[in-house]
Design a protein around this ligand. Structure first.
Ligand code: MN
Length: 198
């Protein structure tokens, strides 16, 4: 069964002025759609290889599977991690855990923004839960096809590929980051955190 591009959970212009309509439209309808198409193609090719027993291109299609699969998963989370009613502060168990693992919310935001700003080239910054360590962690993902940390469950992600912000912010990634905090959907992050700790 083919994967489908999930619709945006809000209107294209809903995150203005922090995230502009044109970038959101291209980012979702072109870039994210491209990952969904690439994931479906990889799945088709892997099914064909299983049917024929010809695994000559297995490395290529496994890599395509991870590149497009991670792209699809991360973008889906990225859209849900934002909301027009976002910003403010997290509450409840998530807020307490952030305070425990990072000191306080300001310290968390400072570390997350610094990590996102310092991702070399294309990539992501992620807040994740590692159940085996019982700890929240901030991770940089320089190439999402290489994404691997055994046991981490991502909770909050920001896209720092240039296509995610360049139309509006050009080389000012730091400005994209500081404005992005105004649209973070803390309720979504909290429900992911609750799910991860079950
Ligand atoms: Mn992107």
């Amino acid at each position: 069964m083919a994967y489908k591009l999930p619709p945006l959970p809000y209107a294209y212009d809903a995150l203005e002025p922090y995230y502009d309509e044109q970038t959101v439209r291209i980012h979702h309808d072109k870039h994210h759609a491209g990952y969904v198409a690439g994931l479906n193609k990889a799945e088709e090719e892997l099914a064909a290889a299983r049917a024929s027993g010809d695994y000559a291109l297995i490395k290529h299609w496994e890599r395509e599977l991870v590149f497009h699969g991670s792209g699809h998963i991360l973008h889906t989370m990225f859209w849900e991690n934002m909301t027009p009613e976002g910003g403010g502060e997290p509450s409840g168990a998530l807020a307490m855990r952030i305070a425990k693992d990072f000191g306080d919310l300001d310290a968390f935001r400072a570390q997350f923004s610094a990590a996102a700003n310092a991702v070399e080239g294309s990539g992501w910054c992620v807040l994740g839960w590692v159940s085996t360590l019982a700890k929240l962690v901030i991770l940089q993902i320089e190439k999402h096809q290489d994404l691997s940390l055994c046991g981490v469950v991502p909770l909050l992600v920001i896209d720092v590929w240039e296509h995610a912000y360049y139309l509006k912010y050009q080389n000012r990634r730091g400005e994209w980051l500081s404005n992005w905090w105004n649209i973070v959907n803390w309720a979504d992050v909290a429900s992911r955190f609750a799910e991860a700790r079950k």
